[in-house]
Write a protein that binds this ligand. Structure first.
Ligand SMILES: Cc1cc2nc3c(=O)[nH]c(=O)nc-3n(C[C@H](O)[C@H](O)[C@H](O)COP(=O)(O)OP(=O)(O)OC[C@H]3O[C@@H](n4cnc5c(N)ncnc54)[C@H](O)[C@@H]3O)c2cc1C
Length: 109
């Protein structure tokens, strides 16, 4: 788990957003610890307008095991949709075509 002070403008598509404490969690155990205080969740940042004053709550970003998936069974909430759609196409699986081009994580969608 990584905890750092960041400017959220570096994590949003629109490039806006002030300081926050960013918790990057890679396992369920880390997620449990991260959610023991008030928090917000950051996905891929493509649908966020964050104040210049920043965010007082901790901001959780899903990485590690949350970005993994098995196309025939389950998908982590931190998986990137564009990658997922590409992988499904390569595997000859249909059903995700409607999500093509959406720059989001699964959890944010
Ligand atoms: C260039 C561009 C093209 C787009 N095209 C489309 C399109 O074609 N169709 C479409 O529908 N949308 C589109 N969008 C909108 C955007 O991609 C969606 O709104 C997407 O759902 C945002 O996902 P994100 O992972 O970036 O979430 P963020 O912007 O990071 O977060 C959005 C919200 O979801 C919450 N959230 C994020 N992850 C989680 C999680 N794991 N658990 C709980 N809450 C979570 C956040 O707290 C926040 O409230 C587009 C956006 C851009 C910038």
């Amino acid at each position: 788990m990584k905890v750092e002070r960041v400017l959220l403008k570096d994590y949003t598509t629109l490039g806006v957003g002030g300081p926050a404490e960013l918790w990057t969690v890679e396992t369920r155990e880390e997620l449990k610890r991260a959610t023991e205080a008030p928090y917000r969740v950051l996905g891929n940042g493509s649908n966020l307008l964050v104040l210049d004053e920043g965010v007082p709550e901790r901001v959780i970003r899903l990485a590690g095991e949350f970005q993994t998936y098995d196309l025939r069974g389950w998908v982590g909430a931190g998986a990137l949709l564009p990658l997922l759609v590409q992988e499904a196409a390569r595997a000859g699986l249909s059903g995700l075509e409607g999500l093509l081009g959406i720059p989001a994580q699964v959890g944010g969608r």
